[in-house]
Write a protein that binds this ligand. Structure first.
Ligand code: AMP
Ligand code: MN
Ligand code: MN
Ligand code: MN
Length: 283
């Protein structure tokens, strides 16, 4: 099964409209798709309609920003009821601080001689409620400060570098319960990206499970083959369902295209099998 259950559209920090992401997924051979915009479900109806219209099965999705042990951790939610009011309110609250954070980021960049970053980033924003570091990264490439968005995330916008502004996102408890209470499954996104110590990572997985989290991304754009093997072991150890998603943002920026990931390692329980009843099946 070519399932791609992690990607972004213009509703968050992707560059393609939800309909265009659906078409690209279909063209690339994806058989089950979820659009997982950051802290936002406004694109869900469009994504689902577009998918079903082209014969692509669909699961609802989102990617919630969480602060755990002082670090930003992402939790993907899959298969929830997109009309759930608590989930919508929780996501709205999570998005809430982005505007003032963006102004602070712009002030920080001005201190190193980069002016007009807020206005510059805004030109790349598709959803005024969701200005993100990715939009600043695109501006920093456009103005010539960096050659690529990858370079931006080495030289700017990350801890210890110009333009970084610490932020408090949702709690792990809230994010997991919003998803689970809306009938979905919460999944730890791209765990290799957090650079936790083994003790911190153990705490994340243990607490996540205790709070009702049920899945982990094993195969994802940011994971090497060694990372996938490592988190396959973690999935077995913690009895978690395994997910697979490219984290595609843009044809120009993303290293891994929609549907272009290796399969899940053998012997894991795929998250989509546990979500069978929640899949919007294409005809
Ligand atoms: P934000 O939610 O505003 O903090 O922005 C986070 C987004 O920035 C992520 O979802 C990625 O799209 C992007 N991002 C963060 N770190 C990197 C990185 N090292 N390389 C490329 N994109 C990154
Ligand atoms: Mn992103
Ligand atoms: Mn993420
Ligand atoms: Mn993502």
């Amino acid at each position: 099964m070519n399932a791609d259950l992690h990607c972004h559209s213009t509703v968050s920090d992707g560059t393609l409209e939800p309909e265009a992401v659906a078409s690209r997924a279909k063209a690339n051979g994806v058989e089950l798709w979820a659009l997982t915009d950051h802290d936002e479900i406004d694109g869900q109806q469009r994504a689902r309609d577009a998918a079903l219209a082209i014969g692509l099965s669909y699961l609802t999705g989102t990617e919630i920003s969480v602060t755990f042990a002082g670090v930003t951790v992402h939790v993907v939610g899959l298969g929830f009821d997109a009309n759930d009011e608590r989930l919508a309110a929780g996501l709205k609250a999570t998005r809430g601080g982005r505007e003032s954070r963006a102004h602070e980021m712009s002030d920080e960049l001005a201190k190193v001689g980069i002016d007009g970053a807020y206005e510059g980033a805004l030109r790349f924003v598709g959803n005024p409620d969701l200005i993100s570091r990715t939009h600043f990264a695109r501006f920093l490439v456009e103005c010539g400060a960096c050659a690529s968005t990858q370079e931006v995330f080495r030289r700017f916008l990350v801890e210890g570098k110009p333009g970084f502004v610490p932020h408090r996102w949702a709690t792990l408890r809230d994010a997991v319960s919003w998803i689970a209470d809306a009938g979905g499954i919460a999944v730890i996104a791209h765990p290799a990206r957090y650079k936790f110590t083994p003790t911190e990572e153990y705490a994340l997985f243990t607490e996540f499970k205790a709070l009702g989290g049920r899945g982990v991304e094993v195969v994802t754009g940011a994971h090497s083959a060694a990372d996938a093997a490592r988190y396959a072991d973690a999935a077995r150890e913690f009895d978690l369902l395994a997910s697979r998603g490219s984290d595609f943002h843009s044809p120009e920026e993303s290293r891994i295209d929609l549907g272009g990931l290796p399969p899940l390692p053998a012997g894991l329980a795929p998250v989509w099998e546990a979500l069978e009843a929640r899949i919007h099946l294409a005809a």
